[in-house]
Design a protein around this ligand. Structure first.
Ligand code: W6P
Length: 393
């Protein structure tokens, strides 16, 4: 890659994480200021793009040479250049502002299939060169950061285009894609119903759900649980978890048996909203539980398809690792806890206070750079059957 001082300058800045509170201030109905948003984005978008492009450049050569990866890289280069053309634009020029918003929509469309294309690139590498464990560790590290960066950039673009774009089909309760009064129970029900529809279609059966809410902070506990959040992110996480739970339950129970219900608990505490989803789908052995979040594990040959060729319900695609990124994006988390032979509990943790729900962003620095150059540490605990102590490596 050629040396470009402008690119290097943007890559040297740290991204500026925004909290949900800041996003709300930015887009609040009174002071929503297109000019302010533009001035922030024309710097912040190139910074976030350049930071992650630095990491793309550090990927193993044979991965960078895969056609899909090269294509993704070229999209990033083009979008970076396009946003830079606004570097010296006059922020009071309304025509330019309109043009900027349209440009963002084009950029968003260009990057629509980044996840699938990158996954294809990893498959291309596996088929052509194979992937050793050092390479796998680095790709896992990279994809978590790359997809998180992408989630954050799309969040910024979505907010700007929803607040200032031409499609006025705005839900006036929302601020861009943020719902200041997100009813968690409604999102749970909605995602359950849609997963159930797919499950019924695929297996001709689906488990029921029992949902309980507990508001630990309100004495009469009648108030429903509401919070500031991006409903589409929560929906994405829940839909993925429901599909996995349903698949496990249906496949674990013989056809004539009644399916054990899924149980969902929604609890509002002082700091967190926690959603617990329990299934009795037989669980997974401890040795397999880490693998659920591995991108490599998911690029294995596709799981079974139904008679009519429709996509499988849950194929351990990129669904779980991406869902965990969505949860972590505003400093929440997603944890799976399984009892082999019984079932699995999934916990979604979300920050209740919008001021604490800050974006979690990858930063390109020497620590990050080292991850791409250093081999995985050799374990200083025994590995089974290592045999003699004759040799060390
Ligand atoms: C399983 C495996 C899994 C992954 C994610 C969520 C629920 C479940 N249940 O057996």
């Amino acid at each position: 890659v050629e040396f470009d001082p402008v690119f290097e300058r943007y890559a040297s800045f740290n991204p500026s994480p925004l909290s949900l509170e800041k996003f709300m201030e930015f887009g609040g109905s009174q002071n929503a200021c297109e000019r302010t948003s533009f001035e922030f984005l024309r710097k912040e978008l190139p910074v976030r793009l350049a930071n992650i492009m630095k990491e793309i450049n550090l990927l193993p050569d044979n991965l960078l040479q895969m056609p899909s990866v090269a294509m993704v890289q070229s999209w990033y280069q083009l979008s970076f250049k396009e946003i830079l053309t606004y570097e010296n634009a006059d922020p009071d020029d309304n025509e330019m502002l309109e043009n900027f918003t349209e440009r963002l929509v084009k950029i968003r469309n260009r990057h629509t299939n980044v996840v699938e294309t990158m996954a294809q690139g990893v498959i291309e590498l596996k088929d052509s060169h194979g992937i050793d464990s050092n390479t796998e560790t680095r790709i896992q590290y990279f994809l978590d950061r790359f997809y998180m960066s992408r989630i954050s950039i799309r969040m910024l673009i979505n907010q700007h285009t929803l607040l200032f774009g031409s499609q006025l089909a705005q839900n006036n309760r929302h601020i861009g894609c943020i719902d200041p009064n997100c009813a968690v129970l409604d999102v749970v029900k909605d995602s359950y119903e849609n997963a159930k529809f797919l499950c019924d279609q695929y297996y001709l059966n689906a488990p029921e759900v029992e949902i309980k809410t507990h508001n630990a902070t309100v004495p009469d506990q009648k108030e429903d649980i509401r919070m500031v959040y991006v409903p589409s992110h929560l929906y994405h996480i829940l839909f993925e978890l429901f599909k996995n739970a349903m698949r496990a339950v249906v496949e674990y129970h013989p056809e004539d048996m009644e399916l054990p219900k899924l149980n969902v608990g929604i609890t509002k505490g002082d700091e967190d909203v926690t959603i617990k989803m329990s299934d009795q789908g037989g669980g997974i052995p401890r040795s397999k539980s880490d693998l659920l979040f591995h991108y490599m594990y998911s690029t294995a040959p596709q799981p079974m398809r139904s008679e009519n060729g429709s996509a499988p319900l849950a194929g351990y695609g990129y669904g779980l690792p991406l869902s965990r990124l969505y949860a972590r994006y505003f400093h929440g988390d997603l944890i799976l806890s399984s009892v082999e032979g019984f079932g699995t509990d999934a916990f979604i943790y979300l920050k209740l206070f919008p001021s604490e729900a800050n974006e979690l962003l990858p930063v390109y620095n020497t620590t990050a750079s080292r991850m791409y150059h250093t081999d995985t540490l050799i374990s200083d605990w025994s590995s089974p059957g290592a045999g003699t102590n004759m040799s060390r490596s």
